[in-house]
Design a protein around this ligand. Structure first.
Ligand SMILES: [Zn+2]
Length: 158
């Protein structure tokens, strides 16, 4: 095993930063070093900042609810739901659009037919959809759940 240290330059702030690379032998380690120097162009701080702003943008786009729970739970639940949504954003756009359509008169009429004995508020319809397995629990939790503990349970047990 050979190790090499790539010296990379951040394209955002200009800082130099190092990245360890490994190869089965010296030549492989050197070739990975060159590759790394060409391809890693965000220093750890800028990477973190970019990740955080991407997360915020996604949270805004999907109108993710503010989370309640301990600070640790909130931070963990937030990263779980963001990862979950980022994995299949097109699907979540459809889900979000479906949720928004719940308040339209057409859907309300259908909902009252389908669930004559239930409240058909959008919030409650979403819960009924999970109960009746039209929606997966983890997807509901990522998009609509505000209890951080429930978000964690639903997404980890999916
Ligand atoms: Zn940087």
């Amino acid at each position: 095993m050979a190790k090499s240290i790539a010296t990379c330059t951040c394209s955002t702030c200009g800082a130099k930063f190092e990245k360890e690379v490994f190869g089965h032998n010296r030549a492989e380690a050197e070739s990975k070093r060159t590759w790394a120097e060409d391809h890693y162009d965000l220093c750890p701080a800028c990477y973190k900042a970019k990740q955080a702003s991407d997360d915020d943008r996604l949270a805004t786009e999907f109108h993710l609810p503010a989370l309640t729970g301990t600070e640790r739970q909130i931070s963990y639940a937030n990263s779980l739901r963001i990862q979950h949504i980022r994995h299949i954003p097109e699907y979540f756009r459809e889900l979000r659009a479906a949720y928004e359509s719940f308040s339209t008169p057409e859907i309300q009429a259908k909902a009252k037919d389908h669930y004559p004995n239930e409240e058909t508020t959008p919030e409650n319809l979403a819960k009924l959809f999970v109960r009746d397995e039209y929606w997966r629990k983890a997807d509901y939790a990522a998009l609509l759940e505000s209890d951080a503990g429930k978000v964690i349970d639903a997404i980890r047990n999916k």
